[in-house]
Design a protein around this ligand. Structure first.
Ligand code: DQA
Length: 144
């Protein structure tokens, strides 16, 4: 199972953003762990991050032909980018939405997700281990 792990805007600043909210790990730490977890589960993973909305849309377009499943954290775009929703809509495989922080327990504007109805699972507030759980859920689906 080929999985694209797509991180969005400002997630390249992990480790420098509010550590109480996002933890101490950098994006590189996160990606290193994701690759290790994927190896353990026998999953083929590709991690990508961008600060450009159009590039994130292109990651989603590329996934249509190159990925069987997605783990997405569009970061702030989650809350307002209808372009990202539209780009995800044609993807037919499982999609796990992950947020490091507990978005539902923060500001009101973080409670809504443009991805609602398009995702198979949503994991929030578990920090980096949320990505591990996302991969485990996808491995379970593969094995079902
Ligand atoms: C985030 C939550 C978003 O509200 C925020 O804009 C982010 C990161 C998270 O992983 O907790 O940048 O997606």
């Amino acid at each position: 199972m080929r999985i694209d792990v797509l991180n969005g805007v400002n997630l390249d600043l992990l480790g420098r953003r509010d550590k109480d909210v996002y933890g101490h790990d950098s994006l590189q730490d996160l990606e290193t762990k994701v690759y290790a977890w994927a190896r353990e589960l026998g999953l083929q993973v590709r991690c990508r991050q961008t600060n450009h909305e159009g590039e994130y849309v292109e990651f989603l377009h590329a996934a249509l032909d190159n990925a069987d499943a997605l783990v997405v954290n569009p970061a702030a775009w989650t809350h307002y980018s209808w372009a990202i929703r539209d780009a995800l809509e044609p993807f037919s495989g499982p999609v796990v939405e992950v947020h490091l922080s507990d978005v539902d327990a923060r500001e009101d504007w973080r409670r809504s997700s443009v991805l609602e109805g398009l995702t198979t699972d949503r994991i929030t507030g578990e920090g980096i281990t949320g990505y591990q759980r996302a991969l485990a859920l996808l491995a379970e689906r593969r094995d079902a």
